[in-house]
Design a protein around this ligand. Sequence first.
Ligand code: ADP
Ligand code: MG
Length: 562
Amino acid sequence: MKQSKQQLIRILREIDNKSYPAYKQLKGSYDMTDFTLIIEKVQGDPFASPSMIRVEVSSKKADFPKDLYNAEEKKMALEDQLLRLFAGEIRKYSFQAKGSGKSGFMGAVMPGPEILKRTGCEISEEGAVCVRFEAGFPANGRRINSRELEKMLVQFLPKVVLHTLYYDRAKERQFKQVAELAEDQKYIREQLKAEELVAFVANGAIFPRESGVSNRPMKQAVAFQSPKSLEVTLHLPNKGEMKGMGIPQGITMIVGGGFHGKSTLLKALEAGVYNHIAGDGREYVITDDTAVKLRAEDGRSIQKVDISMFINNLPNGKDTSRFSTEDASGSTSQAANVVEAMEAGSRLFLVDEDTSATNFMIRDELMQKVVHRDMEPITPFSLRVRQLYEAADISTILVAGSSGSYFYQADYIIQMKEYQPEDITKGAKSVAKEFATTDEQVPEILLPDFSRVRTWFRKSDASDRVKMKVMGKDSISINKEIIDLRYVEQLVDTGQLAGLADIVWYIRTHCLSKNMSMTEAVNQVEALLKTSGFERICGGRVPGNLTIPRRQEIFACLNRWR
Ligand code: ADP
Ligand code: MG
C-alpha cells in the first residue's frame, strides 16, 4: 500500500528525537506526486551502511521518447546515462543534512567509462524509470533527527529526480547521441560476425589512459591508424562511414620493440568486450564479446580441470585430465585458464607474453633438441594455438616481444612502431621459413570434456546466513572465504564483483547442490538474469550497486572459489 507524502511527513515528525530504531517504521512506499519513493531497508544505526532507497518515475511522467529505449542496446545506454546524471546530481546534496556518522549521506553508483547493465538504474519496457541509491538517515548521537531526513527526502530528492529522470528537451541532443552511439556499437558487433573478424579498431582511437588510477584518455596520446592492408570500411547507421583495422579470425601476433605500445593495444582489445561512452577514446574499439585475457596466475587453485592437452605424463604419474591443486604453478595455472575459458564459451584468446609463463608459451629449438619430447610434460601453447583455431574455432591475438616461435603459426603479424601498427606478415613469414630448423611433432589435440560438476569441501545451503564483502576489484569474500579475482583482468567495475558474489552464492546453493554441471548452472543463472535481473538471484531486495558480469567472469569466479 502506497502512503501519501503527507503521511511520510507526519511519521517523520512523530519519530523526531526518538531512539534510532524508530526509523524502521519508515519502510514502505510513498506517493510523492512526481515519483514513488520506496524505502527498502533502514539502517540499524547512523554508523551502519546507509539505508536503501528506490525511486520510480512512471513512463508518463518520465516521458522519454520511445526511440531512445526501444531496443535492448539503446535501453542499456539510456539507463547508464540516467544513472550518471542522477549520481552526479544527488552527490551535490550529500551531507547537506547534518548529524553523526553517515547522517546526511546521499549517493548513487557513478559508472566508469563502460556501459554496463547495472541495478542502479532500470527502465521498463514501457519506459518507467527506477533508480536505486543510498541515504544516511540523520541522527544526533543515536537520537533521530527527522527534520534533516525530511529535508533530504522532501526537499532535495524531488529536485534531483525532476532534474535528471524526467525527459528534458534541452538535453535532446545529448540523449540522441547516446542512443546513436549504442546503435553504432551494436552494428559493429554484428559486423564482426558477418565479416569474420574478431576485433575492429577505428582509426583515431585513443588507447592509453591518463594514469594507472585514471580511466580518462591520455591527453598527448598518439591516435591509432590502421595499416592499409588490414583496413576495413564500415557503414555505421548513424556515424556513417568509418575506417579502421579489422583483425580477422585466426592467429594474430603483435610484435615490436619494448615500449612501442604492444600491451597498450592488447589492453584496449581486452576492454573492447564492453561498450564505452563517447569521449573515452575506445568507443569504436569493439572486440568479440567472448574474448578472454589469458595469463599465468601462480598460486591459484584448480578443481578437476582437464589440462591434458598442455600437460601430460607428469613424473609423479598424476592424472592431468582431472587436474586439481591448491597451489598451481605458472604453466599449470595458465593451462587451466585456457581450458576454463573454452568451457565459458570464449571464441577469442588474448595473450601477452609479459604476463605469461614462458614454459607454457614456448619450447625453443635448442631445448627441443637437447631434452627429448618424451621427457617434457608440457606441450606449449605455440604448438596448440593453430589446432585450437582449426578444431575449436578459437582465435588468438598474442603479444610477443621476445619469442619468434609464433611466427610459424601466425596468420597475421602486426608490428607496433612508435605506437603505430604496421602489417609485416609477408616479410616475417618469409624470414621464418628460412630460419626453420626443427619440425617438432605436434601431438593430436583432444578437446577437453566440460561436464565437470564443482564441489566444495564445506557444505552450504540457501538457508544459511550469508555475509558478502567486496574488496574493490581485487576480491570478494563470502562467509569469510576469499575469492581472489586480481588476475581476472577484464573485471572493470566493482559492481561486477558485487554481482558475482550474489551469483556464485546462488549457483552454489541452488544449482551445484543439485549436481548440475557448471555449464548448466551458469546457463540457468544467465536465463534468470535475463528475465528478472537480480531479483531472483538476491532473493528479494536488490541493492543498487550490482552490475551483471559476463558469462566468462561468472565461470572465472566459480573457478577461483576454493
Ligand atoms: P610494450 O608492451 O610494447 O612494451 P606498452 O604498451 O607497455 O609497450 O607502452 C609503453 C608506454 O607507452 C606506456 O607507458 C604507454 O602508456 C605509452 N603508450 C602506449 N601507446 C601509446 C600511444 N598511442 N600514445 C602515447 N603513449 C602510448
Ligand atoms: Mg608489454
